[in-house]
Design a protein around this ligand. Structure first.
Ligand SMILES: Cc1cc2nc3c(=O)[nH]c(=O)nc-3n(C[C@H](O)[C@H](O)[C@H](O)COP(=O)(O)OP(=O)(O)OC[C@H]3O[C@@H](n4cnc5c(N)ncnc54)[C@H](O)[C@@H]3O)c2cc1C
Length: 187
């Protein structure tokens, strides 16, 4: 082993969405596989769903479980490391990425706060809907940025449809009752 050979650089990618996932996969398959670089993806979610599919998820024509990609499985197939967590700070002088504690749904801390040293950093954390401070938008508009938003929208639609169906049936029944007379009693 050549001890004077420089260590392989550590390439860190933050955000495993459309851009970051593609980059991590390609770098892993090339530089990572040949050990010319260590590649790490830092992503706050365990799975990825291609955003253009969110409409179908919201409409209920696509099961999210069928279409999403598991980050751990993808990383182990493509020669890069995956770290679950959300970046919440950056020290560019010391080349340190700060990762917030990872918590369970009930708030319990699963992985404590940590720092990750990088030689090269790619930040691909995407974007989300902005209400531009317009009053009422936050309270009345639906967001469609994540699978959670899609599931919420679907539940809301189903609730509304259920309400309409009930109203429709009641109106119809009332009309029939009106024609038939007092023999039919509605509750
Ligand atoms: C509903 C919808 C439909 C769309 N349809 C189309 C379409 O038909 N055609 C098209 O070309 N484009 C479409 N787009 C746009 C397209 O999805 C985006 O341009 C693309 O996803 C951007 O890729 P990205 O990698 O920059 O960000 P994203 O794909 O958004 O990925 C960002 C990733 O970063 C992660 N992340 C965020 N913050 C942190 C953090 N602090 N720490 C760690 N991880 C973090 C997120 O969890 C996410 O996985 C659509 C977008 C939406 C919302």
């Amino acid at each position: 082993m050549d001890r004077s050979a420089p260590a392989a650089p550590h390439i860190v990618i933050v955000g495993g969405g459309a851009g970051g996932l593609e980059l991590a996969t390609r770098l892993g398959d090339t530089a990572g596989r040949r050990r010319r670089a260590r590649v790490t993806l830092v992503e706050r979610d365990r799975t990825h769903l291609w955003k253009p599919l969110l409409h179908q998820a919201a409409a209920g024509t696509l099961g999210v479980d069928e279409a999403e990609l598991d980050h751990l499985a993808q990383s182990s197939r493509h020669h890069y490391a995956y770290r679950l967590g959300a970046m919440d700070g950056l020290d560019r002088t010391r080349r340190l990425l700060r990762i917030a504690p990872t918590r369970a749904d009930d708030g319990r801390e699963l992985i404590p706060r940590r720092e990750l040293h990088y030689d090269l950093l790619a930040v691909a954390i995407g974007s989300c809907s902005d209400d531009f401070g317009i009053r009422g938008v936050g309270a009345h508009a639906h967001r469609l940025d994540t699978p959670t938003d899609a599931a919420r929208l679907q539940r809301r639609h189903l609730g509304t449809l259920h309400g309409w169906r009930r109203t429709l049936w009641l109106t119809l029944a009332q009309r029939i009752a009106h024609r038939v007379g007092p023999r039919v009693k509605l509750h």
